[in-house]
Design a binder for this molecule. Sequence first.
Ligand code: MN
Ligand code: MN
Ligand code: ZN
Length: 291
Amino acid sequence: MTRINHMLLGAHMSIAGGIDKAIERGISLSCTTIQLFTKNSNQWKGKTLKADEVDRFIALRKKSGISPIIAHDSYLINLASGNHELRESSIKALTGEMERCRKLEIQYIVMHPGAHLGTGEDIGINNIVSSLNFILKETDGWGIDIVLESTAGQGTSIGYRLEHLGRIIAGVEEKERIKVCLDTCHLFAAGYDISTPEGYEKVLKEFDRIVGIDRLVCIHLNDSKKGLGSHVDRHEHIGKGCIGKGVFKLLMKDKRFDAIPKIIETPKGEDMKEDRINLALLRKMAGQPSS
Ligand code: MN
Ligand code: MN
Ligand code: ZN
């Protein structure tokens, strides 16, 4: 008998209609893991989570077996900002999102390190470190880990070099609560050529040396609309962009990542038919039935 291993594969799901709807959408696409925003990603404040909404979410997650569920922070949050007010708002907002995660029993919140907006990378990284140290103290004992995502390096954003992530972790006091998410589109756009088997291995070796492979808790699977080193963050369907299918085949078969949730953030409409196609392709690459 061939045993199909439990592959952790899913998509970023909309919470339109209620936070539990994201799980319903995940179930309808046979996801074993999903990512979501815990509130509108373009606003500072979210509606207070109602107790019955939280109960429905937790019950449905248990019934579905979808685990882990990963939160992604809102796009307004910028812990690197040299503007004191913006950084204060960002710290408050991220803490607020972690409070939502705590209610929803979500362990991981993925975040973009931030953009320095002109002050330079060194000051930006220092701002991120001091903000994280403050937030980690505030949220001590909540059981939530902060997951730094590697970025494409668009504009003045930090995190497009693995060294940035390494430096942030080095500065954080409570290191065991800092994890990392790699995004294939971001890595490629940042200049890490993962499109060939040799490049893939080389980048992973570098990642292990600078950050540590044991910190990896999530992989975002996105092809890239723009080229190697373009520093443009534009996601494309799996195998249809500048990276091509190769890296996704390698990742889906890589035993080191069997237990790591892999999540697509590719363009889609309301009926999610694009997600179905991308997920089916990835399952096929892993040698599993496509639905
Ligand atoms: Mn992201
Ligand atoms: Mn991503
Ligand atoms: Zn992106």
